[in-house]
Design a protein around this ligand. Structure first.
Ligand code: S3P
Length: 166
């Protein structure tokens, strides 16, 4: 079984914290975006641009199911993992702790400013991103079994806090 699944908005630090946690525990690290890229040979950006968001979401659901079947590891998810009701069901049903990396909007906004690699940002105005953040907040909270505040904390401090909770 996986040791933990990290969820949260873009820029919350899921990949950074997940990698550090996996390294500390000496177990594999998985990232839904990377799994999608490995399986499709396309970046999330290319999939969004060529096939659309729904095609990406279907891939994301498939890799979430696959990752949940892994015998061990830490899984970092894309910020939009909570967009699909099927994923909410999987995240609620799993025995694996689902950790919400809870970042204030200001924290993620600062980190995402000028980001050209995330397709979801390319299509949206600042106002849209605020709305997306607000709409997703409730979903992250709904499926999380643990909440970890990340504002003004180093990845190392967050990893230590998570280890204490696991
Ligand atoms: C997305 C977040 C991205 C990636 C894709 C869509 C989103 O992952 O899955 O660009 O809808 O929030 P990160 O949260 O790792 O940036």
């Amino acid at each position: 079984m996986l040791t933990a699944i990290l969820i949260g908005f873009m820029g919350a630090g899921k990949t950074t914290v997940g990698q550090a946690l996996a390294e500390t525990l000496d177990i594999p690290f998985y990232d839904t975006d990377v799994l999608i890229q490995q399986q499709t040979q396309q970046t999330p950006g290319a999939i969004f641009a060529q096939a659309g968001e729904m095609a990406f979401r279907l891939q994301e659901h498939a890799v979430l199911e696959q990752a949940l079947a892994e015998p061990q590891g830490i899984l970092a998810t894309g910020g939009g993992i909570v967009e699909q009701p099927e994923n909410l069901k999987l995240l609620k049903a799993t025995q694996v702790p689902v950790i919400y990396l809870d970042a204030h909007f200001g924290t993620v906004a600062e980190r995402l400013m000028g980001d050209v690699t995330r397709p979801i940002l390319a299509e949206k105005s600042f106002r849209d991103v605020v709305e997306l953040y607000q709409a997703r907040l409730a979903k992250y909270q709904e499926v999380a079994s643990l909440v970890q505040p990340v504002d003004n904390r180093t990845p190392k401090a967050i990893v230590t806090a998570i280890q204490q909770e696991l």
